[in-house]
Design a protein around this ligand. Structure first.
Ligand code: ARG
Length: 469
């Protein structure tokens, strides 16, 4: 550098302003600065700098004394940020330059040596990976918690019938526990997608420098290991310009939010007076300012809605990234807000779902009552005709259809038909048919693997509870 720091133009950026005669316009500063949101990365930035400084000292690029000064300075800065006393400065653009400038203010020249062999490009890529990795771990624990809440409820309701739906029309009875375990399976896949994402993410960009690597004899394996990465990234251009890890994380988030939204929708429906399958306590409902009787499931509605911003974050970042030539471009600074926002929305949604699952009071009598309506055991009747009378299933379907029509005309359910009614359609039907027409018999008969038979559901619920303990 031709100029010493104290002789530089005051208005220009103190980190890179040496070749600038004037400072940026107000608009330039405003569009350029990210410290308003990327301060969220401060812990990861400090972690990354500590690992980088330790490595620089180890290979002899900086002295042990400098490393010590950097370490002390960063510890003091971490305390300042934690206590809300850090002087964030928009003129310093982002969290990386804010921390570095403050470090130099505190420890002098040692601070100015920290950026040897690295660039903000590999620095931000490293920090952001660390942040997303921390988020994956936090979200993963929350998914476990929701699964645990669902599995507990499924154990208790393994044998309680409810109407099962297709097209939201009564289809066949299932058990409430079976229904809840369906979401456990979905969340388990979300967990597994997160684990995949974490595995692919876990390579360290630090030391890729601006885009080409560095001429300093750095030890990338050492920094990778110190930061808990499996290995350093293998191509410096890719390392500074890849945001797949964030996109993949958002992809998992969008799928998981979609799952949570489907469950939230069911909660909304189940709470509604014409259904009355469950009741939420005061802790998870709100009142209406005009209708005194209302208990609104706002938390469920908001979980359903937050899917919008989470999916939006994915589409937003995909759009930012498409068409960017290698390597780094400032467009990529727009990667953080969608990820921060989606993570917050996802975490809150998981917490709300866990809360509602634990809070809800199922009305099992009501569910049982509705499970038997809508000719829900018609399939059981058709299956009986196949099993006992050896009718081809299509013929059995036809006979049953006519019996449903007859029951509908008489205003009764299938079990309310007389044996004579039945025999008028198929003379070989015996009284034994009535044994399959109850809701209990129907669910108990679904013993195929993965089916709703209470014995199956109890086994699956116990397996999940044990796995999640
Ligand atoms: N704040 C920047 C970002 O988030 C850091 C990297 C800036 N690098 C650069 N060459 N301007 O992307």
């Amino acid at each position: 550098m031709s100029e010493t720091p104290d002789k530089r133009n005051e208005a220009a950026n103190p980190q890179w302003g040496a070749r600038f005669a004037a400072g940026p316009s107000v608009v330039m500063q405003e569009i350029n600065a990210s410290v308003g949101f990327d301060r969220e990365l401060w812990r990861q930035d400090v972690r990354g700098s500590l690992a980088h400084a330790a490595m620089l000292a180890k290979v002899g690029i900086i002295t042990a004394q400098d490393e010590q000064a950097i370490r002390n300075g960063l510890a003091a800065i971490a305390r300042e940020i934690e206590n809300g006393r850090f002087p964030f400065d928009t003129a310093l653009e982002d969290i990386h330059m804010n921390i570095e400038a403050r470090l130099t203010e505190r420890v002098g020249e040692a601070g100015r040596r920290l950026h040897t062999g690295r660039s903000r490009n590999d620095q931000v890529a490293t920090d952001f990976r660390l942040w997303v990795r921390d988020a994956i771990d936090g979200i993963g624990a929350q998914i476990d918690d929701v699964m645990r809440a669902l599995a507990d409820r499924a154990v208790a309701h393994a044998a309680d019938p409810m109407p099962g739906f297709t097209h939201l029309q009564t289809a066949q009875p299932v058990t409430f526990g079976h229904h809840l375990l369906a979401y456990v399976e979905m969340l388990d896949r979300d967990r597994s997608r997160l684990a995949d994402c974490r595995r692919r993410l876990n390579e360290c960009p630090l030391g890729s420098a601006a885009l080409a690597g560095t001429s300093f004899p750095i030890d990338r394996a050492a920094t990778a290991q110190a930061l808990g990465f499996d290995r350093p990234t293998a191509n410096s251009l890719d390392a500074v310009s890849d945001r797949d890890f964030a996109l993949e994380f958002l992809g998992v988030a969008a799928i998981s939010a979609m799952h949570l939204s489907r469950f939230a929708e069911e909660i909304v429906v189940w709470c509604s007076a014409p259904w009355r399958f469950i009741r939420l306590s005061d802790a998870f409902t709100t009142g209406s300012s005009i209708m005194p009787q209302k208990r609104n499931p706002d938390a469920a509605e908001l979980v359903r809605a937050k899917t919008g911003r989470i999916t939006g974050a994915l589409v937003g970042l995909l759009t930012v990234m498409k068409g960017l030539p290698l390597a780094y471009a400032k467009d990529m600074q727009e990667d953080k807000e969608p990820v921060f926002d989606a993570t917050g929305a996802w975490a809150l949604s998981l917490a709300a779902i866990a809360g509602m699952v634990r809070d809800m009071m199922p009305d099992t009598a009501r569910m049982r009552e509705l499970a038997g309506t809508g000719f829900a055991t018609a399939t059981d009747l058709a299956d009986w005709l196949v099993r006992v009378l050896q009718l081809p299933f299509r013929d059995a379907h036809h006979v049953t259809g006519r019996l449903v029509a007859k029951a509908e005309a008489k205003g009764c359910d299938l079990a309310g038909l007389t044996l004579q009614d039945m025999q008028a359609e198929e003379p070989r039907i015996t009284a034994d048919v009535f044994s399959v027409l109850t809701v209990e018999a129907s669910v108990a008969s679904r013993t195929s693997f993965g089916g709703t038979a209470p014995s199956n559901v109890a086994r699956q619920a116990a397996r999940w509870r044990a796995a999640l303990a």
